[in-house]
Design a protein around this ligand. Sequence first.
Ligand code: ADP
Ligand code: TRP
Length: 321
Amino acid sequence: MRYLSGIQPTGRLHLGNYFGMIRPAVELQAQGEAYYFLADYHALTGTAGKGELPGLVRETLLDLLGCGVDPNKAVVFRQSAVPEVHELAWYLSAVTPMGLLERCHSYKDKVTKGISPSHGLFAYPVLMAADILLYDADRVPVGQDQKQHLEVARDIAGKFNDKFGTVFKLPESIIREDAGVVPGVDGQKMSKSYHNTLEIFAPEKDLRKAIMGIQTDSTPVEAPKTVEGSTLWGLARLMGTAAERAEFRRKMEKGGTGYGDLKKMLADTVLREFATLRKRREELAADPGKVARWMQEGAGKARQTAEGVLARVRAAVGTRP
Ligand code: ADP
Ligand code: TRP
């Protein structure tokens, strides 16, 4: 079984990224072959300014490794280490119906949020399909919002196979329903583009401050609080032991505990939950040589796999570089 996933280096990783995609990816790297990459070509469709990409890649990589993505278990690389992905993206483009891309929510959402409607942004799902198919991935762990992109990747693989013969496996998404959509401090989906994130590796003071700033309703201290659908529970349900979660829930349901105290409990839990990860990130940040070696190794392995798949694709379409 080969697992593959990617994440865009567009800003510091947050709890939504962790529970939605990174934690499942870390668990899976122990269960089969895994390929995890930083989608730096994809990030160019976003808001990063001139000269910002290298720093974003460096920080996101450290965040990812700090979270437990382990180059001794998984092939970890940067998307641009294998530029052949664009050749595959072109072959896929040629069989991708416009309607398929026109139906993608992500493009419309991003444009609504103010990202410029470039061709790259529109064609993003085709490059994403190439990311997956270039490595013969079987399963793709992603957060819920990427579900449609995975369906598109399967559709494109199917169209290609129909036209050129069975070259690709059809990849499947792995979406952890238990994580669902992790809420941000304002109650909307936690997302870098909404500026409502809790960053996993923010300094303790900043993280506490952000948690204390979570928006709550005006229920008085004595009264029971709404649990389901609340941001506090949406976060607390993901962390700590089962007993701690039950206690948190009981405190909300029973009343008598104010939001300030509940937030303090949540902040303690978050800091405890991520303490080991935070330490690991610090250690890795102090050893850039080791990280660079890992990346070089990962790039080599990724490229080798990609070359094999691409040879098959070229034979099917009839091109010869
Ligand atoms: P962002 O919305 O912050 O830009 P990305 O689009 O880079 O996040 O997402 C990277 C991965 O993390 C994807 O697999 C995505 O589904 C997952 N993810 C992001 N935000 C959340 C969230 N709030 N809840 C669950 N998963 C999330
Ligand atoms: N689109 C994904 C996101 O925004 C990142 C990504 C790019 C990806 N290529 C991928 C995820 C391939 C899984 C597989 O989060």
